[in-house]
Design a binder for this molecule. Structure first.
Ligand SMILES: [Zn+2]
Length: 531
């Protein structure tokens, strides 16, 4: 039974059994966050650890039939875990059921798991779960294995045949309007494209952090039949081509996972380039179809992915990216592989991406892996020699990743462009790379700085000579952020010669930072051909 307490932001959960139990084991230890957050109300019971597991234990073996705990609306980020609560700007909440889920663990009924929740919401509030809207007290049974978010509160759901959405009333109104129309459109496109309807109407939760912050942040995740998205920052206040692209891109990326991550599961996280990269590629197509970007915009997205991929593969192969913590490679290189997989097919239209994925996913309940992907390419008419080239590209480390990407596309008769300089938007990140290098090598791995308009602001690090005071850096070797590629090349030369790199300060003056470790070589710039 889950119900609010008398104090506004605390909740109470009571586990009810038909016999006495003396030990409950949580399905998700979640870094033991419960210890500092949950209160055990039932006398004689306490939260304890058992190795890597989190348990609720009775001091007397007799146990109890009811065990009650209380907790606040805890929204902090948990390491590699779903957040316990998502808070909306009207103080309503969504709670992740996976953190409440327990096994009976006292030897009597080992393994029996509590799977039904009786939710008692505050007066008049809705309970939204698994595409269904309940008013007032609601019993939720058959919770999915991976848990789900349960919305409890007064926000009126937006309901269509394609979704139930809880959209934060604190979000700028254009966001609400866009989400109300774009989510059903994207769902319908995917249901047709993947050739499979979702078994239940999906739930979409969108919360907006109204605390005034600068910037334009957003993020999301999916669970079975559920998309959870968050946004924050002043940048969202106005509708611009950029904010529209970021919003619909997020929706279309997450929605793709309802098919390629939830309805069909993948076998191995090392193959994440398949579901993350294709989700970005599907998002690019959705943006094009909605008229948010044009062909040039699509080529620009792929160009960014190509260059990020080349940069990300300097330290090792795509296959081993997770071991190095380079999860971005799965998105960037994955998007490149998706574009390649379309161009490689005799029918190279955007519809071919859906066609390929129908072949990859196979029948319901079947897990897919990279072998299914390579096989699907072959059934879609891609030559064996090209598929071999892809297989090697994924598995090998490349001394020259840009050349490897050019060769990969050469195998399907596509010539990548080799522009002289990166696109203007891709230049500042190279200056950021230089700053990361200078700061982390000077400060024993520590670094702290941010990009603020045309300058880089470093925080003061006491133990680190060149950065003892906070700096506002306008240039690196006389090049500003807008010429980040030139700044990178100049710094690269200085570091190769073990010479200090000059940082030009805003308002005048210079700081020379010793550079004793060479900068990694910058891969050659690539461009994706338009059309
Ligand atoms: Zn994703």
């Amino acid at each position: 039974v889950l119900a609010p307490t008398d104090s506004s932001d605390r909740w109470r959960a009571t586990y009810v059994f038909d016999h006495h139990v003396s030990r409950l084991r949580f399905e998700r230890p979640a870094g033991f966050y419960r210890e500092g957050v949950w209160d055990v109300v039932t006398p004689g019971w306490s939260l304890e650890r058992d190795g890597a597991l989190q348990v609720l234990v009775a001091s007397e073996s007799a146990g109890a039939r009811r065990v009650t705990v209380e907790f606040p609306v805890y929204t902090k980020t948990l390491q590699k875990e779903y957040e316990f609560f998502v808070a909306f700007s009207d103080d309503s909440v969504a709670v992740y059921t996976g953190h409440l889920s327990v096994f009976i663990n006292d030897g009597s009924d080992d393994g029996e798991v509590v799977r039904a929740l009786d939710v008692v919401p505050p007066d008049g509030a809705n309970v939204v779960v698994r595409g269904v809207v309940g008013i007032g007290r609601t019993v939720v049974s058959d919770l999915p294995d991976d848990g789900t978010y349960l919305y409890i509160g007064g926000i009126l759901p937006v309901e269509t045949d394609a979704m139930v959405a809880i959209l934060d009333p604190g979000a700028p109104s254009w966001l609400i309007d866009q989400l109300s129309t774009s989510v059903p459109t994207v769902m319908a496109t995917y249901a047709t494209g993947f050739g499979e309807a979702l078994p239940t109407r999906p739930t979409v939760l969108f919360n907006f952090d109204t605390a005034a912050t600068s910037g334009l942040s957003s993020g999301g995740g999916t669970l079975t039949g559920l998309i959870q998205m968050s946004a924050s920052g002043d940048g969202w206040r106005t509708e611009t081509p950029r904010t529209r692209e970021q919003l619909l891109g997020l929706v279309a990326h997450e929605a793709a996972h309802l098919w390629n991550g939830q309805l069909h599961e993948y076998e191995d996280p090392a193959d994440s380039w398949m579901h993350e990269g294709s989700a970005d590629a599907f998002a690019g197509n959705a943006l094009c179809a909605a008229g948010v970007i044009d062909k040039a915009g699509l080529a620009a997205r792929r160009t960014r992915a190509l260059n990020e991929c080349a940069q990300g593969l300097i330290e090792g192969s795509l296959d081993t990216s997770a071991d190095r913590g380079q999860f971005r490679n799965f998105y960037s290189c994955g998007e490149v592989i998706a574009a390649w997989s379309v161009a490689a097919q005799p029918d190279g239209t955007e519809e071919a991406l859906f066609g390929l994925w129908r072949a990859v996913l196979g029948p319901p309940g079947h897990r897919y892996n990279r072998h299914a992907y390579f096989h699907a390419l072959s059934t879609r008419g891609v030559e064996a020699v090209a598929i071999d080239a892809l297989r090697q590209f994924i598995g090998m480390s490349h001394t020259d990743p840009s050349a490897a990407l050019v060769a990969l596309f050469k195998a399907i008769h596509v010539d990548l462009l080799r522009p002289q300089r990166p696109a203007p938007g891709d230049r500042p990140p190279l200056a950021v790379l230089v700053m990361r290098h200078l700061m982390s090598t000077s400060c024993q791995g520590r670094m702290s700085f941010s990009v603020d308009g045309p300058r880089l602001r470093t925080s003061a690090i006491q133990a680190c000579a060149p950065f003892r005071t906070a700096l506002s850096v306008a240039t690196i070797e006389d090049y500003g952020l807008r010429d980040g590629d030139r700044a990178f090349d100049a710094a690269h030369e200085m570091c190769a010669a073990r010479q200090p790199v000059r940082l030009g300060l805003e308002g005048g003056g210079e700081v020379a930072v010793p550079c004793l470790v060479p900068l990694a070589t910058r891969p050659d710039v690539l461009g994706y051909p338009e059309g």
